[in-house]
Design a protein around this ligand. Structure first.
Ligand code: NAD
Length: 243
């Protein structure tokens, strides 16, 4: 009988600092609550105040200077960031021919740029310490595509490409970079006119309901803490739905 290998040490809270963007609402707020419950000290970055986080910092994630200043302040006041979860984002239903270039650029600046800004601010310290976890929030739409959602799906596709590449780049240092790719999730992001708010569409989901923000946060917490050999992974907590 081969010997059972030792369980790798998980990256557990134990007072470590987790930075969460988009922490004021929906999935980001659920991530803050999930990690707080696991012993992490949480710093929430958002355009709006993040009441669930231990520390809330007003930041536009698309601005590298604001993100850099926020991370420096968090590390000075709370200690080194052990986990960064990037959930800030916005969404719109617009046919390709109607999407103006400023909206294309904004979509990419917030989703891809926000992730890049956070990674550039937190990962050098993680690499130096030889541990750390980044989890980006992508979307099932990046894989399946969606009607009148091309700019959003393209930005999320870019997020996945970035995550897979950074995972390879930082792999040797022990820093793990992963993504969650939720399907339709019950948060204020989905506008009332979203098809997924309609009963007919809900029936196409195997579970017959939207994912909850808490279910996405659980998947992200797994990638942070116990997915000790997961890197470049895209985990879809969608109960089997392919959209
Ligand atoms: P939400 O609207 O509830 O929360 C998004 C948060 O991001 C808000 O608090 C908002 O203020 C913040 N934000 C937006 N732009 C920002 C910026 N430039 N700088 C800082 N903060 C900013 O939406 P959610 O559903 O919780 O979305 C979280 C993430 O999950 C997003 O990246 C979204 O694209 C993704 N996602 C959502 C769904 C869904 O169906 N709800 C599905 C897949 C992926």
């Amino acid at each position: 009988m081969p010997e059972r290998p030792e369980r790798p040490e998980s990256l557990a809270g134990q007072g470590r600092v987790a930075l969460v963007t988009g922490a004021a609402s929906g999935i980001g707020a659920a991530m803050v609550r999930e990690l707080s419950g696991r012993g992490w000290t949480t710093a929430g970055l958002d355009l709006s105040p993040a009441p669930d986080a231990d520390h809330s910092v007003g930041v536009d994630v698309s601005d590298p200077a604001q993100v850099g200043a926020a991370v420096r302040r968090i590390e000075r006041e709370l200690g080194p960031v052990g986990a960064a979860l990037c959930a800030a984002g916005h969404y719109a239903i617009v046919p390709v021919s109607d999407i103006a270039w400023p909206e294309w650029r904004r979509m990419l600046r917030v989703h891809l740029g926000g992730l890049v800004n956070v990674c550039r601010a937190v990962t050098p310290g993680m690499v130096e310490r030889g541990e750390g976890a980044v989890v980006a929030v992508a979307s099932e739409l990046a894989i399946g595509g969606g009607d009148a959602e091309a700019h959003y799906a393209a930005a999320k596709g870019a997020v996945i490409g970035f995550v897979r590449s950074l995972a390879v780049e930082l792999g040797p240092s022990g820093v793990r970079v992963n993504a969650v790719a939720p399907g339709p999730t019950d948060t204020p992001l989905l506008p009332p006119e979203s098809p997924w708010r309609k009963a007919s569409y809900l029936q196409t989901l195997p579970a017959g309901r939207l994912t909850s923000a808490e279910e996405v946060a659980l998947a992200a917490a797994y990638l942070v803490e116990d997915g000790t050999f997961c890197a470049g992974e895209v985990l879809s907590p969608n109960a089997g739905a392919v959209i």
